[in-house]
Design a protein around this ligand. Structure first.
Ligand code: NAP
Length: 236
């Protein structure tokens, strides 16, 4: 039975990944800093769910969890936890020339950029022992410099954190190739979650169904690629 570890798994896209992988019979390690009430329901229904309390910015806790799970091979690691910044949704402000909040900018980088590196670094040995050997970074099309160039958007904290995550994914792909581990940079689309807001066109169900298909059909030849939930290639 394949296994997946998902960060930020208590709501939004992370929770939908948990639901869908469990329904497909996977071993799921759901990591979250706040536990979801749905975890109890899912744990009763599926014996393959393990729940771990984890704030991804707590590097000591990430190291400790990797040690605790050292005997567990991992097929797929999904770095999903993320924050937008102010108000934590796409309508938030406070990330532009008029009102930059530098503490917030540092925090967004801690969660969206540094944490995925630390988690990947800590769980690379588990992936080496797994069958599928895939790391997924939940990035965004807002991290695409060519897409954002003429968009008029100035969500600076979020955009810079995801652009840096894209470059991080490319450099991790280069380093992990020798170990047979693929790194995929995937944009979920604009999705109805707390972050995406209710005006988004996609449901979490549709987005995650698409992302799981892209992940399942990817291999080491796709490492370092930047694509969306439908498998479409994105420009950097
Ligand atoms: N929704 C979209 O349209 C969209 C578009 C492009 C990319 N994305 C990306 O997709 C990913 C998931 O987004 P979403 O829409 O599901 O967002 P969401 O509904 O706001 O959920 C974010 C998740 O990240 C967790 N998280 C935040 N900081 C954390 C930390 N320090 N440690 C552990 N978990 C933490 C949250 O946990 P708490 O409950 O503890 O806060 C929550 O589970 C993010 O990386 C986001 O940037 C989303």
């Amino acid at each position: 039975m394949p296994s997946v570890l998902i960060t930020g798994a208590n709501r939004g896209l992370g929770l939908e990944f948990v639901r869908q992988y469990l329904a497909e019979g996977w071993n799921v390690h759901a990591c979250a800093r706040h536990l979801s009430s749905e975890f109890q329901v899912l744990a009763k229904k599926f014996g393959t769910l393990s729940i771990h309390v984890l704030d991804v910015t707590d590097h000591a806790a990430v190291t400790a969890l990797a040690k605790q799970l050292s005997a567990a091979p991992l097929d797929v690691l999904i770095n999903n936890a993320g924050i937008y910044g102010p108000d934590d949704n796409f309508s938030g402000t406070g990330q532009n020339l008029a009102s930059m909040d530098y503490d917030l900018w540092r925090k967004v980088f801690e969660v969206n950029t540094l944490a995925p590196y630390k988690v990947t670094q800590s769980f690379a040995p588990h992936l080496e022992k797994g069958g599928q050997k895939k790391v997924v970074m939940l990035t965004s099309e807002m991290g695409s410099i060519s897409e954002m160039k003429d968009s008029g958007m100035a969500s600076t904290c979020y955009q810079t954190s995801k652009a840096a995550l894209n470059m991080e994914g490319v450099s991790l792909a280069a380093e992990l190739k020798a170990k047979g581990i693929a790194v995929l940079l995937l944009h979920p689309g604009w999705v109805k979650t707390d972050m995406g807001g209710q005006g988004a066109p996609l449901s979490p169900k549709e987005s995650i169904k698409g992302l799981r298909k892209v992940i399942a059909n990817s291999n080491l030849r796709d490492t370092g690629s930047y694509r969306d939930y439908a498998g479409r290639k994105l420009e950097w």
